[in-house]
Design a protein around this ligand. Structure first.
Ligand code: UD1
Length: 430
């Protein structure tokens, strides 16, 4: 089992390049099957979730040509299957985007029902409600969602909860429905806009993405395109908090600063300096940070995917902070691990009360999920001594070359697979 071994205590200093947005890429890759033409997708992150989705797509007949580490040509002319195997959805929930894409193009999809996950129960009732409103019959049989329609028609859909997944999934299916669809109370996340832009570049007619009302005029056919995915705002935000927690000075490059506003606002509030450039942000933490309160909300609010990163940073800030998680019910599991590093934290329901300590101490901790795993790496980088982080397979789902990028900023971190490799690291750092 791979682990990270980390000697903390050094401020992170330097420059880091951010890759393409994983969550945008998941939607865009699925949407690429909606044309028979070849599609070029660039700025694709080389992370596990993306590679598993590409395998799932190959399994239904999509021809995937990874022309470079960050670019792929996809051709879906010979998609012979509309049924995706459980093996893939088990590894990556977002393969549910294949329902919207297959239903839109082939008017039929069979995809295993995704289960809950480490951050809580993840219903997809709103996705299904949207497909039904577009005229699909949706049933659940033997663990599969089966969605089919003779033809899809436009509809007026109101989403009860703001959902990124439902917005993207319904938008894809509606792009190839007959007539006009209005989706209200949509998610406004940058990756919703990116998927809409991608579909529009293939000939779809989607307006309003990025606002809470999306209007779609269905088209019969989509065509080839070349498209570059937006930078990953969560990867960027993770490095911004890594700079803050280690009292560092990091230039985070290849970002869209506008997408990082909620993160930037919180960093300023706790006492960091944040400088914005056209496609970079620089975070400097020259003194001890101070407490704040934060509540996760749909975009443009503070992202739930950045909650653990601010949580570990506040564990070192002066004063008491309150972190409220309003999107997923089980996103504080990392707090127990953080407490093992000396943090003073108390979780009550969807609220964590954190009283900052001067220093965290090294410990062996376990990544409970993707973002919390990255946050524990930040905690270990800030802590005195040598920590190990177990279960880093979660982190690899969404961060490309995480340890290499951190090493580029002066971190002492190594990915290890055995006690012998741990010993080698320890010998090297003494
Ligand atoms: C996406 C992101 C995930 C991020 C989340 C919230 C991807 C692949 N994943 O997940 O990283 O943490 O947005 O920003 O982009 N809900 C329902 N019924 C539904 C769908 C959702 O009740 O049918 C609820 C969820 O339980 C949750 C809230 O809506 O409380 C938001 O979830 P949603 O935005 O759908 O999250 P995902 O799209 O799964």
């Amino acid at each position: 089992m791979e682990q990270y071994i980390i000697r903390g205590g050094n401020p992170l200093v330097g420059e880091v390049e951010i890759g393409g947005a994983k969550n945008a890429a998941l939607g865009i890759l699925a949407a690429a099957i909606m044309t028979d033409d070849t599609v070029l997708i660039e700025n694709l992150p080389d992370v596990r979730d993306i590679n598993v989705l590409l395998e799932a797509m190959e399994s239904i007949g999509v021809k995937v040509d990874r022309i470079s580490r960050h670019a792929a040509l996809l051709n879906s002319e010979h998609v012979g299957e509309v049924s995706v195997e459980y093996e893939y959805i088990k590894k990556i929930r977002a393969s549910y985007y294949l329902i919207g894409a297959l239903l839109g193009k082939y008017k039929k999809a069979e995809v295993p029902l995704p289960g809950g996950c480490n951050i809580g129960s993840r219903p997809i009732d709103l996705h299904l409600k949207g497909f039904k409103a577009l005229g699909a019959k949706v049933s659940i049989r033997n663990g599969f969602i089966i969605a089919q329609a003779d033809h899809l028609h436009g509809s007026h859909i109101f989403l009860d909860t703001v959902s990124v997944g439902a917005t993207i999934n319904i938008m894809m299916a509606a792009s190839m429905a007959d007539g006009y669809t209005i989706i209200e109370n949509c998610a406004r996340e940058p990756h919703v806009v990116d998927v809409a832009n991608f579909l529009n570049s293939m000939g779809a007619n989607i307006k309003g993405a990025g606002t809470d009302v999306i209007r779609i005029r269905g088209v019969q056919k989509l065509h080839k395109t070349e498209y570059s995915i937006i930078p990953d705002q969560i990867e960027a935000g993770t490095f911004m908090f890594a700079a803050a927690a280690t009292k560092g000075d990091v230039m985070v490059k290849n970002v869209i600063p506008k997408h990082l506003e909620a993160t930037t606002a919180k960093l300023l509030e706790i006492g960091c300096e944040v400088e914005e450039f056209d496609s970079a942000v620089r975070v400097v933490a020259s003194k001890r940070l101070h407490s704040t309160n934060v509540k996760t909300l749909p975009y443009p609010g503070y992202p739930t995917d950045m909650q653990p990163q601010i949580g570990v940073t506040l564990a070192l800030a002066q004063g008491t902070s309150i972190v409220t998680e309003s999107i997923f019910e089980n996103r504080f599991k990392y707090m127990d691990e953080l407490a093992r590093m000396g943090a003073v934290v108390r979780v009550e329901g969807n609220t964590a009360i954190i009283t900052g300590v001067e220093k965290l101490s090294a410990a062996r901790v376990c990544a409970p999920d993707l973002r919390a795993g990255a946050a524990l790496v930040i905690a270990a980088l800030a802590a005195e001594g040598v920590s190990t982080v177990d279960d880093i397979i979660y982190i690899q789902r969404g961060y490309e070359c995480f340890e290499e990028k951190l090493r580029g900023l002066g971190a002492e971190i190594e990915r290890i697979n055995s006690e012998k490799e741990a010993q080698k690291f320890l010998l090297r750092i003494v």
